[in-house]
Ligand binder design. Structure first.
Ligand code: MN
Length: 740
């Protein structure tokens, strides 16, 4: 592809403007060397990217400049990271080499750019996302800034995703919600997480996204009026305290509103907590706590508090470093309003997490939450067992991303464990030896099952005995990565120990047969039995699941080597990853599709039953291991998992325009007020009035409410939407939702 050099005056002006804005956005102190390095990085990047344009048509260099600016302005990173951000794509996409960077910028920056290049490489390849996730975390423990720059890179790409073809947008959105949103949360980059999730939703559920955005816009004025009626009476009294403060109402994100709509099954109009009020105090570090509670007392004097909704993350910050005082009060008109009270320092940590954390290191004495977290990430990374997919599962369920419980040792020392951790997890968290030898656990002086979930405030005592050993079953009793890793490695050790007998038995036999290389012979057997390691073989022999007698019925020694007595037929490996073109059997009834832009009739495809796509839904095709192609909706609950782990099996699919009238089965969930048999009558007659067939229907009433699930036969999404609207308009019906 021939690309012209960027030379128009317009382009030059754009680039220089962007650079000037970048320089203005840098808040940290810089010396002459820093300024020189940034200038040098900028000039090198401009030159290196000079022939490239982004999909949107703008000069490519605007991207690294924008990423550097996000690093400076939104994360608050310093000059080193800004230089690395400016250079983050040069090694990947241009002729510039790491050696060149080493000469000009030194080892530290080169290492960062190298890290970023490797992460990029991971994304462009088709390797499963679980492996990529692991790579991101390894980079994280090496130098957090690399991952922070990568976040900025991903954020800018997400903000400018519009120019990409839709299937690429989907893949990037899936990766973002799988890796970056949870990581942003865990690193305390709340603003990033919120924006990631909003941008993902805009792609995967665009209709809902724009409809909520529109409603927020329409209700903005009324909301602002309400917020002032809430804030005004507070202001007077806050002035009396005599400190600098800011107070404002803040709308919640579209994604979080959407979640509420889905979870509570109520219409937009009935969601009251669309916003929270935040009070930010500018006070000296020593008096933070004092003033926060003083402001709390003012707020609750003016508006009545709901006491059980008080959350004090100032005394005990969240594991990701978040500090704030939250309370819910009854505002004008009886509406519940959440009020968040914090200082400027806490606010910066809340918005920028990890990055801001370094700046304030040592300000509050809470021990270093991030260091502790990085340690646990390291521990999991060092666990040699398990596949990357297991790794991600353990990482996510291990709740390194989630909330935590606070429990106590018998001496009253507090320990923080992830929510979902069990009594046995606690034993392992004290020390791996305590875990290994744990025979019983007492909580508040009562013996409890080892798998008992921990609750806040539990006082836990572990009883140990030197005769105790971990067993396979323990893996089911723990949830933390640390305990799992320790149990697995103990099990492995146990297998190895028991396997010694098996190894000795084999070696004796080899010696008798004058086998020359034990290693080669073992390898032959490992392969023959489809095992993964020698240890597995020794163990199987020791446990007699493979008998030595049988082995030497199948194998013989020949010139000092182990040979199979009967040569098996060569097995042909079925090719799995190339789509098998096998025409559909009946082409008359099925909906017509195009797959990767070609007529779909040449493939054997079926509609997925997990999400039941209907003509008109946005869809993609997934190549299964043996059942041809499955067609899923892009917002199928399984879609993210499929896209991130098996991206190479995803194909683009669209409905053909010339599809004949086809029937699709779709499921609706309907809730409402149960006014007797009239309900079923109303629902069914409305549907038959519309000429729609009901495949099945069940209905359950409870305390005046009913819930019904019905399978409906429709021709396309238009018909489905019409039906949904019509049902919603019937009397006493509260919600009608499509279910998966
Ligand atoms: Mn980039």
């Amino acid at each position: 592809m021939v690309q012209e050099v960027i030379s128009t005056e317009e382009d030059k002006r754009l680039i220089q403007n962007a650079y000037r804005q970048l320089l203005r956005s840098i808040k940290s102190n810089m010396d002459d060397t820093d300024r020189k390095n940034i200038r040098m990085a900028y000039e090198l990047a401009v030159e290196a990217h000079s022939t490239q344009r982004r999909k949107s048509g703008e000069p490519y260099i605007l991207h690294p400049i924008a990423v550097a600016r996000i690093c400076a302005e939104e994360i608050g990173l310093g000059p080193t990271a800004i230089v690395a951000a400016l250079l983050h794509d040069v090694v990947e996409d241009t002729d510039v080499t790491l050696h060149e960077l080493q000469d000009k910028f030194g080892a530290r920056i080169t290492k960062m750019v190298d890290g970023l290049t490797k992460l990029d490489g991971a994304y462009n390849s088709d390797s499963p996302q679980a492996e990529n996730f692991k790579k991101v975390l390894s980079t994280l423990v090496e130098d957090v800034r690399i991952v922070l720059i990568k976040m900025a890179d991903r954020l800018h790409n997400m903000r400018t995703l519009g120019a990409m073809p839709p299937h690429k947008q989907l893949k990037i959105a899936a990766e973002t919600s799988y890796i970056y949103a949870p990581l942003a949360h865990r690193l305390g980059l709340y603003a990033f997480r919120t924006e990631f999730l909003d941008l993902c939703m805009k792609i995967t559920d665009s209709e809902d996204y724009f409809s909520i955005a529109k409603k927020l816009q329409e209700t903005k004025k009324a909301r602002e009026e309400y917020i002032s009626s809430f804030i005004d009476p507070l202001k007077e009294q806050l002035e009396e305290i005599g400190i600098k403060y800011r107070i404002f109402g803040r709308a919640k994100s579209i994604y979080s509103i959407w979640n509420k709509l889905k979870n509570k099954q109520v219409p937009f109009e009935e969601i009251y907590d669309l916003f929270a009020v935040r009070i930010i105090l500018d006070v000296e570090p020593k008096k933070e706590k004092l003033y926060c509670w003083q402001v709390y007392s003012v707020v609750t004097d003016v508006h009545k508090p709901i006491t059980e909704r008080l959350k004090d993350w100032i005394t005990t910050p969240k594991a990701n470093g978040y500090e704030s005082l939250h309370t819910t009060v009854v505002g004008p008109g009886g509406r519940f309003v959440e009020v968040q009270i914090r200082t400027e320092r806490m606010d910066e940590i809340a918005e920028r997490g990890f990055a801001a954390h370094w700046k304030y290191k040592g300000v509050n004495n809470s021990d270093d939450v991030f260091e502790r977290w990085l340690d646990s990430v390291r521990e999991i990374l060092e666990d040699p067992e398990g596949s990357p997919v297991e790794f991600v599962d353990s990482f996510k369920s291990n709740s390194l991303f989630n909330e935590e419980v606070y429990v106590y040792t018998p001496r009253g020392d507090m320990r923080v464990l992830p929510k979902g951790a069990t009594a046995l997890d606690f034993a392992f968290s004290i020390h791996s030896d305590v875990g290994y030898h744990c025979t019983a656990i007492k909580i508040d002086n009562q013996i409890v099952p080892m798998g008992r979930l921990l609750k806040n405030g539990d006082r836990i005592e572990v009883v140990t005995s030197n005769n105790q050993k971990p067993s396979e079953g323990w893996l089911k009793l723990v949830t933390t990565g640390k305990a799992k890793a320790k149990i697995r490695s103990a099990m492995k050790e146990e297998r190895r120990r028991k396997g010694e007998l098996g190894r000795e038995a084999l070696e004796r036999k080899f010696k008798n047969l004058r086998i020359q290389s034990n290693d080669d012979a073992m390898e032959t057997l490992v392969k023959h039995f489809g095992l993964t390691s020698h240890v597995d073989l020794y163990y199987a022999i020791a446990m007699n699941t493979i008998s030595v007698v049988d082995i030497f019925r199948t194998f013989k020694a020949e010139q000092g080597k182990l040979k199979l007595i009967e040569e098996p037929l060569p097995k042909e490996e079925p090719k799995r990853d190339a789509p098998i073109k096998r025409p559909r059997k009946d082409t008359t009834q099925a909906p017509r599709l195009t797959i990767n832009g070609e007529p779909g009739e040449q493939y054997d495809y079926h509609l997925a039953t997990c999400c039941n796509p209907v003509q008109g839904d946005k869809i993609f095709a997934y190549l299964t291991a043996n059942a041809g192609l499955k067609i899923h909706r892009i917002n199928c609950p399984n879609a993210t998992n499929l896209m991130v782990n098996y991206g190479y099996r995803i194909m683009k699919a669209d409905w053909s325009n010339d599809s004949p009238q086809t029937n699709f089965v779709t499921k609706l969930k309907i809730t409402g007020i149960d006014d007797g048999p009239g309900v079923i009558e109303r629902l069914t007659s409305q549907l038959s009035l519309m000429g729609l067939n009901i495949r099945s229907m069940n209905i359950a009433g409870k305390e005046g409410f009913f819930e019904s699930e019905l399978s409906l036969v429709v021709a396309n999404t238009d018909q489905l939407n019409q039906a949904t609207r019509a049902l919603k308009n019937l009397s006493n019906i509260s919600t009608v939702t499509r279910i998966e």
